[in-house]
Design a protein around this ligand. Structure first.
Ligand code: ADP
Ligand code: ADP
Length: 226
């Protein structure tokens, strides 16, 4: 079963910035895949299109067989996104941020509170649940966005450079959390420009450069050829 299927996807920004030049790849259910590539390669654009934050120019995207053109709501329910920028209210607390997000997906409040407790505890944020989020460290803010993305228990979690600017200890604990989440069945896609991060975490890799997929293989295979 395919979690994500991308076919000949193109994105032109403005009149002539060809950010994606017709990429195709798919992600199997249960996979843990890295979109690896240098800055400006087109990684954020790709996941922005999958999550319908960026309009595509042409091509096809399906999430668990739901086309983002004809079945957007069904596709969105399968997806949780952890963006690169902190895009939550700095005045709200972690508990408010996570529970409000549940509201957007129609998760009943009682269940939302149970899940909020579960994920905030797992991500070591429970102590901070009632603290205005502006006072959290960068690593805590990033973990808060992971908890928020999981509140509707999406089948696919997508993370854009999840450990950028996070110190090594926190990075390792995030890696551990993501590995466990994947082992429990969540499909995970992350973008990174660190080969080491892809190697530590992922099973497969798609290397993107100048808007094209130049490799799509297992991490083992990639490393063996370096
Ligand atoms: P779309 O085709 O999705 O509408 P546009 O080409 O109209 O996208 O650009 C969206 C906005 O992002 C524009 O206001 C543009 O100025 C701005 N923008 C331009 N370059 C960048 C960049 N490198 N990163 C982020 N935003 C940019
Ligand atoms: P990556 O995530 O791999 O760093 P991006 O998808 O952010 O790459 O960017 C791919 C290309 O598209 C870059 O040349 C970037 O400057 C350009 N770009 C990204 N977002 C916008 C935007 N909103 N408007 C115009 N150009 C953009």
């Amino acid at each position: 079963e395919k979690a994500i299927e991308i076919n000949n996807l193109k994105k032109v920004y403005g009149k002539s910035l060809h950010a994606l030049k017709g990429i195709s790849f798919s992600v199997e259910k249960g996979d843990f895949i890295a979109l690896l590539g240098p800055n400006g390669a087109g990684k954020s654009t790709t996941i922005g299109i999958i999550c319908s934050l960026v309009n595509k120019t042409s091509g096809e995207v399906k999430v668990f067989d739901h086309s983002i053109d004809s079945e957007l709501e069904a596709a969105k329910r399968c997806l949780g996104l952890v963006p690169q920028e902190f895009n939550f209210s700095q005045f709200e607390t972690p508990l408010q941020i996570v529970v409000n997000q549940a509201g957007y997906y129609g998760v009943p409040r009682k269940i939302a509170l149970q899940r909020a407790e579960k994920y905030l505890k797992q991500l070591d944020l429970w102590d901070k649940k009632d603290t205005p989020s502006r006072t959290l460290s960068g690593g805590m803010k990033r973990r808060l966005m992971i908890a928020r993305a999981l509140i509707h228990e999406p089948k696919v979690l997508i993370l854009d450079e999840p450990t950028a600017g996070v110190d090594i200890e926190i990075r390792r604990s995030m890696w551990e959390f993501l590995t466990e989440l994947n082992e429990q069945g969540t499909t995970i896609v992350l973008t990174t420009h660190y080969l080491e991060e892809a190697e530590q975490l992922c099973r497969n890799v798609a290397i993107i450069n100048h808007g094209e997929i130049i490799e799509n293989t297992s991490i083992k295979d990639l490393i063996s050829r370096l």
